[in-house]
Design a protein around this ligand. Structure first.
Ligand SMILES: Nc1nc(=O)c2c([nH]1)NC[C@@H]1CN(c3ccc(C(=O)N[C@@H](CCC(=O)O)C(=O)O)cc3)CN21
Ligand SMILES: CC(C)C(=O)C(=O)O
Ligand SMILES: [Mg+2]
Length: 274
């Protein structure tokens, strides 16, 4: 009796694969996940990168900012996501205060993220200032994704989620930051809510893939928060979010039907009973 061959396995996405995609002009698709089921569906849909974002704060924890997210929260979500994914590259966001104090703590927390949750890379917010920390994490064998432009962990410093780098000096600073991350060995960089012209400049001038969120069409890839594009979260509605579904409305309709059916006695029927 011959054994059934395993189903064809699509090639695992690695940081090296992202680099090749940029070189070939193949756009990189990325979305967030915080749980096993969402991660499984994203992986089956062929997403290239799954970010376990500290945006878990807004969509799962009901917070207004990401600064209250802890390493423990991230490790829990990252571990349940990692266990569900066969193909996509899984990246874990390092939360506020897990990497800012000093590079020893940053390295320890990046190590915990990989070792205790099974993600394959970590993401850190910031430009030139975090570059030395990024270099140490990369030296330890952990791929790092940078994040420049709008950096939500600094919300209390800026006070708003307004578009960033709208003047030439700020644009140059974002570019210098992204370059410093590249020089430190970062594998890719996210750029958030900056003019499309700056997104293009970053993609053109950097060798590493530039993944945009509200950074225009010229980036090497795009990322969104899954709950935003699914219509499951509506507290923020920046214009960079395209809604691909209205799952929040659909869920509410389903719950209302259930409530009505229970109240009326229409559920359960004999067929649904023993
Ligand atoms: N659900 C969700 N989606 C995100 O994209 C996201 C999070 N949560 N949490 C962490 C950060 C915060 N982010 C944000 C939040 C708001 C805007 C924003 O543009 N908000 C409003 C007002 C902006 C203003 O103050 O001018 C907008 O209408 O554009 C952008 C990115 C991105 N990240
Ligand atoms: C929006 C992306 C880039 C992010 O950092 C997050 O989801 O936390
Ligand atoms: Mg984040």
């Amino acid at each position: 009796m011959s054994a059934t061959p395993p189903p064809p396995r699509r090639r695992k996405v690695t940081t090296e694969a992202l680099r090749r995609m940029k070189a070939k002009g193949i756009k990189i698709s990325a979305l967030t996940a915080y749980d096993h089921q969402m991660a499984q569906v994203l992986d089956l849909a062929g997403i290239d990168v799954i970010l376990v974002g500290d945006s878990v704060a807004t969509v799962v924890q009901g917070r207004d900012s990401t600064v209250t997210v802890t390493m423990e929260h991230m490790l829990y979500h990252a571990s349940i996501v990692s266990g569900a994914v066969a193909r996509a590259l899984v990246v874990g966001d390092l939360p506020f205060m897990s990497f800012q104090v000093n590079s020893d703590e940053a390295l320890r927390n990046a190590g915990r993220m990989v070792q205790e949750s099974g993600v394959e890379a970590v993401k850190v917010e910031g430009g030139e200032k975090v570059a030395p920390t990024v270099a140490r994490i990369v030296d330890a064998g952990i791929p790092v994704m940078g994040h420049v432009g709008l950096t939500p962990q600094s919300i209390h410093k800026f006070g708003t989620y307004k578009v960033r780098a709208t003047n030439p000096a700020e644009a140059d600073e974002v570019l210098a930051g992204a370059r410093a991350l590249q020089d430190a060995g970062a594998s890719a960089v996210v750029v958030e809510k900056v003019p499309a012209a700056l997104g293009k400049r970053l993609a053109d001038e950097l060798e590493i893939p530039v993944i945009g969120i509200g950074a225009g069409p010229h980036c090497d890839g795009q990322i969104l928060v899954s709950h935003d594009m699914l219509g499951l979260y509506s507290k923020f509605h920046p214009r960079f979010v395209r809604r691909y579904a209205s799952l929040g409305d659909e869920m509410q309709r389903a719950f209302e039907s259930y409530v009505a059916d229970v109240k009326s006695g229409e559920f359960p029927t004999d067929d649904e009973s023993y």
